[in-house]
Ligand binder design. Structure first.
Ligand code: ATP
Ligand code: MG
Length: 324
């Protein structure tokens, strides 16, 4: 039997695929946890993939997050069994896999999302689609071109964009970056995909930049902008080969969005995408656990905040308050 507090160190379990648990950003942040107070325990691939959750090591605080091949159901069973302080809720990580669940939850929390409709081909009556030069009609709802077609599976990054005939037509296919490419234009393909379920949404005109926001708890968000893959599909990289990012200051309204996203999805560490247009911001994607890369200030802040959250959750009374 384990008892919390009582002079021993707080055990912080890191339950993620090793590629993530041992990444540079994770190392940077974990190295900022005071080893006089915290003991960091990386579960490792062998443990999480081969062993049943009953045999995973004990921890007081759990950093657990999905990436390809992560055994989410086992992690949920482990959290249920051990009841550690969980930084990023696990059942919500299941919701993050379905873009429809993500949009529904955003809307329930009064967060703006693009105008959209769901085409559910696996549902009786959910797959009605009519196509026209300037728009499509999805289950009775008109979505104007340019429009974005996103697979309902959030892990599927084959997002397509269709242009109206009045703009020349054609479509653009985005994909996971390959070298310096992130999308390709197909001037002669105008018909949407005929298999699978999708979200169709109107294109938000952002002048070509995406804003990436990274929360560490509801009151902290780091933001940076990048060229949208929609522009020309060429990834801007610096001499070191890193994608070029631009500094961004979030507005008060955007900070409120960050707060709501973090709380609604119960993900302390959470990345999401904002589309900025004419003084309004729409959330088009929520990714869950994600760190800012190569930013010392962020590593410092994140290490500090995670220490505070874990301490506050596990030794109430001992910690007087959180720093701003
Ligand atoms: N409604 C929209 N209007 C304009 N651009 C959009 C819209 N939705 C998505 N995009 C563009 O397409 C890109 C990919 O969309 P999204 O982030 O939803 O997909 P993803 O594959 O889940 O991305 P990620 O790599 O962040 O997980 C966005 O970064 C943005 O540039
Ligand atoms: Mg995205």
């Amino acid at each position: 039997h384990w008892t919390r507090g009582a002079g021993r160190k707080i055990i912080v379990g890191v339950c993620a695929r090793e590629k993530k648990a041992k990444s540079k950003a994770m190392n940077e942040i974990l190295s900022r946890l005071d080893r006089k107070k915290f003991q960091v325990l990386i579960f490792g691939d062998q443990c999480i993939l081969q062993l049943p959750p009953e045999q995973w090591p004990f921890c007081d605080a759990l950093i657990a997050f999905y990436s390809t091949g992560f055994p989410l159901a086992k992690a949920e069973a482990y959290a249920e069994l051990v009841k550690p302080y969980v930084l990023n809720d696990l059942s919500m990580q299941r919701a993050l896999h379905d873009r429809r669940c993500v949009y529904d939850l955003l809307m329930e929390n009064n967060i703006d999302v693009p105008v959209h409709a769901y085409l559910n081909r696996d549902e009786p009556g959910g797959g009605r689609l009519e196509e026209f030069d300037e728009f499509i009609v999805v289950n009775g709802m008109q979505i104007n071109k340019p429009l974005v077609e996103k697979p309902v599976d959030a892990e599927d990054h084959n997002v397509y964009i269709y242009y109206p005939l009045s703009m020349g037509g054609g479509s653009k296919r985005l994909f996971r970056k390959i070298g310096d490419r992130s999308s390709e234009f197909y001037p002669d393909i105008n018909e949407v995909r005929s298999q699978g379920s999708y979200i169709y949404e109107e294109f938000v005109e952002t002048q070509g930049t995406d804003v990436k926001v990274y929360t560490v708890g509801p009151d902290y968000g780091h933001a940076e902008a990048r060229k949208s893959p929609v522009v020309d599909g060429k990834v801007n990289r610096n001499e070191a080969g890193k994608e070029i990012r631009f500094p961004v200051i979030l507005s008060a309204a955007e900070k409120e969005i960050a707060r709501k996203v973090c709380l609604a999805f119960k993900q302390t560490v959470c990345g999401f995408d904002l589309l900025r247009v004419q003084g309004r911001s729409f959330v088009c994607d929520v990714n869950g656990w994600s760190f800012v890369k190569n930013n010392r200030k962020y590593y410092d802040d994140c290490g500090q905040l995670l220490s505070e959250y874990i301490s506050a959750a596990l030794e109430p009374g001992k910690i007087s308050g959180l720093s701003a």
